[in-house]
Design a protein around this ligand. Structure first.
Ligand code: BGC
Length: 701
């Protein structure tokens, strides 16, 4: 109960139904059932963006192994995850479910995620294939994208996941790509996915019943979800009328049967309904701590001589463990920021604590449908920040050793975020920040900001105010404890940003072609189109005019200043990089290694990023592109580790649309060892003697 869908049983043939359930941050089923007091809660793990910030494939695989065990032990067969669309723009409402603005990081994290879940003998569904980068009009929007940008950015991460983890299922997205519904595109679902990448599993549609069932079946959709009698009737009639070939159906039926025989349901697995939630909570907590990104620290973290804390912000109570919509998980509890800090031994200001609790309760109780209360899809709206008087803020200084301000954001399926009061801070949040900082700083006391967010917010205008900023993301049900682990220094933060934090929203070129929530319902120039309702920009269609210049590819190449660069994150210790070795590999690839040493006084882990600058002369390319990454183990002070990297010629290649092939130019490649895209610590060169090309089996027109 509560699972998103099933396949249909055919008892006559001994074929059982199989169960597919959401979603990326844990299994989503109903927590209670009629006729029993037993509960069926699942663990709420940190969201996709968080785990990508760990840059730690082993950690992700470990965490999803635990998540997949809940899929198995609650009797489901496939987890409808991971979500892995590219963070094209900061405002996409589902970015929290997704991983990164970079396809390599996204693909590698997704592959690790899939391997972890599938190690339990249950399946995954990588989604939403493809180019589902906005929620506004998501079921009909036409994403207009160049072939190169598709291949290099929007499909590349799926390609990596398919090749490196063989997901049981792929979910075809609602939107169109260049005029054709992704669910009905043979180019996408058969020629690219199967012929070019060698995919062997099944493809299922995202939830809906679009007209065009026959085109979807022909294109290579094996399973219509959630499925309807109407679609079955269309298929039967299509075959009878000769509009759908039986060969297409036979192919899909074979794929379905091959899927079904792998499932626990078919193999009569006796699930317990009793996964080890305690053990999984530990996995959720450690994944959350390892994923947090320390954005600023003037020495106030870890919190040492602090016992009494003034905790400000509605999100201390209205804490966001994860996003809304199908990405939500029915968890038994959430450790919020108040509980987390108290569990860690801090004494919270009772007056403030009491105020926020009552304020949040008051707002929730007094909501009406018209003032943005909850909807099933969008979940409960976030409580707006409370306005505190300066006198009240001042009064908190005397009895507390330090202040923490938590700022939260929530979003989810069905709607994109907005700039006002979402990407940008609200005026109440700004006031709170400046009042708390002024008041505490006057008394020589520190202020720490914790960001409880699922996607990028504006930071540049206020980041100079507090003494430290910790981006904790939406860290799952153990979030409060995980945040305390980092604030106290029990765990040294080692996450790095999987996307850029720009100075201004419009610094992203995609912002000029992204819905902002103020689009007209129909085109105001309809008169010029003979009175017909002409397509509305960013609603009916979205031009991906920026092409491949997504995220840091644009910021670094064009030299646009950012607030926090891609790959950025601080630690309580410091690392040096030495002895870089770079060599051309034998098949036109590159091998590299570097020694990382912990120079500081506490143990820590470091993420090393390999960026490559290609020689001039081939296709126009970004100044540098992420081609590999690795993370050290926990290095004690003074300890070193050698990290090695391999980049194949195929991974170095860019897509030449005219020649319809991947091309790796000959020449000298700069191989850069970065602590972030802007913090290159050392480098080497590799000379590739001959150009290498890779044919694709199909020209995408
Ligand atoms: C979402 C999918 C989800 C499915 C089933 C759809 O609306 O886009 O991500 O897996 O519903 O809940």
């Amino acid at each position: 109960p509560g699972a998103a869908g099933t396949t249909r049983a055919i008892e006559r043939l001994g074929i059982p139904n199989t169960v597919v359930a959401d979603g990326p941050a844990g299994l989503r089923i109903n927590p209670t059932r009629e006729g029993t007091f037993d509960t069926y809660y699942c663990t709420g793990f940190p969201v996709g963006t968080a785990i990508a910030s760990s840059w730690d494939v082993a950690l992700v695989e470990h965490m999803t192994k635990a998540m997949g065990n809940e899929v198995l032990e609650y009797g489901a067969d496939v987890l409808l995850a991971p979500g892995m669309n590219i963070h094209r723009n900061p405002l996409c409402g589902r970015n929290f479910e997704y991983f990164s603005e970079d396809p390599l990081l996204s693909g590698k994290i997704a592959a690790a995620y899939v391997r972890g879940i599938q190690s339990n003998g249950v399946g995954t569904s990588i989604k939403h294939f493809a180019a589902n980068n906005q929620e506004t009009n998501r079921s009909d929007n036409d994403a207009v994208i160049s072939t190169r940008a598709l291949r290099e950015i929007y499909l590349k991460n799926f390609e990596i996941a398919v090749r490196e983890s063989s997901p049981w299922t792929v979910m075809s997205s609602y939107n169109k790509i260049n005029g054709a519904f992704a669910q009905q595109s043979e180019d996408l679902l058969t020629k690219v996915l199967r012929d070019d990448w060698g995919y062997k599993g099944i493809v299922m549609t995202d939830w809906g019943n679009k007209a065009g069932t026959l085109a979807a079946v022909h294109a290579g959709n094996d399973l219509m979800e959630p499925g309807s009698d109407e679609e079955i009737a269309r298929i039967v009639k299509g075959v009878q009328d000769g509009k759908l070939s039986e060969a297409d159906l036979d192919r899909n039926v074979r794929n379905m049967l091959e899927y079904i025989v792998r499932t626990p349901r078919f193999n009569k697995y006796k699930y317990s309904d009793k996964p080890d939630l305690k053990a999984h909570a530990k996995a959720a907590r450690s994944a959350a701590t390892e994923s947090m990104v320390l954005l600023k620290n003037d020495g106030s973290l870890p919190m040492k001589d602090v016992r009494k804390v003034a905790l400000f912000g509605v999100s201390s109570v209205d804490f966001v463990a994860g996003g809304t919509g199908s990405g939500n998980v029915n968890k038994a509890y959430v450790v919020d920021m108040v509980q987390g800090l108290e569990n860690a031994g801090f004494i919270l200001d009772e007056d403030l604590k009491d105020f926020y609790k009552k304020y949040v309760d008051y707002v929730r109780v007094n909501r009406t449908a018209s003032n943005e209360a909850s909807t099933v899809m969008l979940g409960e709206a976030k409580v707006p920040e409370a306005e505190l008087s300066r006198v009240y803020v001042d009064a908190q200084v005397k009895d507390n050793d330090a202040a923490i301000v938590i700022l939260g954001r929530n979003s989810g399926e069905g709607a994109d975020r907005k700039t006002e009061n979402d990407f940008d801070l609200s005026s109440a949040e700004r006031q709170l920040l400046s009042d708390v900082c002024n008041a505490f700083h006057l008394a020589g006391k520190k202020v720490i900001v914790v960001l409880n967010i699922g996607g990028v917010i504006e930071t540049d205008s206020w980041k100079n105010l507090p003494d430290a900023i910790l981006c904790a993301w939406q860290p799952g049900q153990e979030g409060g404890d995980a945040i305390a682990d980092v604030l106290t220094g029990k765990v040294n933060p080692s996450g790095k940003l999987p996307m850029t934090f720009p100075i201004a929203f419009l610094d992203h070129p995609s912002s000029y072609n992204f819905p902002l929530g103020n689009e007209p319902k129909s085109n105001p120039f309809a008169a010029f189109f003979g009175g017909k309702s002409a397509p509305v920009k960013n609603v009916d269609f979205t031009n991906y005019e920026e092409g491949i210049w997504v995220g840091y590819r644009q910021f670094e190449t064009k030299g646009v200043e950012v607030s926090y660069p891609f790959g950025y994150g601080l630690s309580y210790t410091s690392f040096s990089y030495s002895k870089p070795v770079v060599k051309a590999g034998k098949d036109g690839g590159i091998t590299a290694s570097v020694t990382v040493t912990n120079n500081g006084s506490v143990a820590g882990k470091e993420v090393v990023q390999i960026y490559v600058s290609a020689p001039v002369g081939g296709l126009e390319k970004p100044k540098m592109e992420l081609k590999s990454f690795g993370k050290t183990g926990l290095l004690a002070p003074g300890a070193s580790e050698v990290l090695t990297f391999e980049v194949s010629a195929y991974e170095l290649a860019s897509f030449n649309e005219k020649a319809n092939q991947w091309e790796t130019a000959a020449g000298t490649y700069d191989v850069l060892f970065g602590a972030s895209v802007q913090d290159i610590r050392c480098s080497g060169k590799a000379v590739l003697k001959k150009p290498v090309t890779f044919a694709v089996s199909y020209a995408w027109l």
